[in-house]
Design a protein around this ligand. Structure first.
Ligand SMILES: [Zn+2]
Length: 207
């Protein structure tokens, strides 16, 4: 790790781990390794998906919509998820094994608070225009490169890493400290393939 590096831990929450409302397979396996890794970084940031009840990204908010289907919103296509990470619910809490990393965090950034717009990325809401404030905070802290870990690799980690580059930061994704949802998309590909094509095009380094 270099001066100017920040560890950005994406959504290490109970609902994204096995047994949770939007479980990522094997997601709990990365929590203790992330906690250990965080000790090597002077700057640690943790994001927390933090939705109001009835959020527009929930399938339950749209009559007849099934979880994991897609819907066209005013800001573009949106996957509709099971209800998850509702503010102050147990599922929105951090996984117990990652707490040492949360304790070291200079900043806990909550996202997905806007009822009408989801936020996969730590930097922008899904309209790709509304900023979360993270880029300015990182610049204030002298951060030049972000190292991303957490959940889910092909959604919130990927969108955050791509937006880090867009904001002028170097971006590294540690794949062994992340786990993917892996939804099928057209052409026999998955959301993992889409994410990794995006990484290659943008210069995100896979570590
Ligand atoms: Zn969410």
């Amino acid at each position: 790790m270099k001066p100017g590096d920040a560890l950005v831990v994406i959504d290490p929450q109970v609902d994204f781990c096995p047994g949770g409302a939007l479980a990522v397979a094997d997601g709990d396996a990365v929590m203790a390794p992330i906690a250990a890794l965080s000790a090597a970084f002077a700057t640690v940031v943790v994001t927390q998906d933090w939705h109001p009840a009835g959020h527009s990204s929930f399938a339950s908010s749209h009559a007849g919509a099934a979880p994991f289907s897609t819907m066209t919103m005013a800001y573009g296509e949106q996957v509709l998820w099971p209800d998850h990470c509702i503010q102050r619910s147990a599922g929105a809490g951090f996984h117990p094994a990652v707490i040492p990393a949360v304790d070291r965090a200079r900043l806990i950034l909550r996202k997905g608070i806007n009822p009408a717009v989801d936020s996969y990325s730590a930097f922008f809401e899904n309209d790709k225009v509304t900023r979360t404030g993270l880029a300015g905070a990182l610049r204030d802290l002298g951060v030049r490169r972000c190292v991303f870990v957490g959940l889910a690799y092909d959604f919130c980690v990927a969108w955050s890493a791509l937006d880090a580059v867009r904001e002028g930061f170097g971006a590294v994704v540690l794949k062994d400290h992340a786990r993917a949802i892996g939804m099928p998309v057209s052409g026999g590909r998955t959301t993992v393939d889409v994410a990794e094509a995006g990484f290659a095009a943008a210069g995100v380094v896979l570590g």
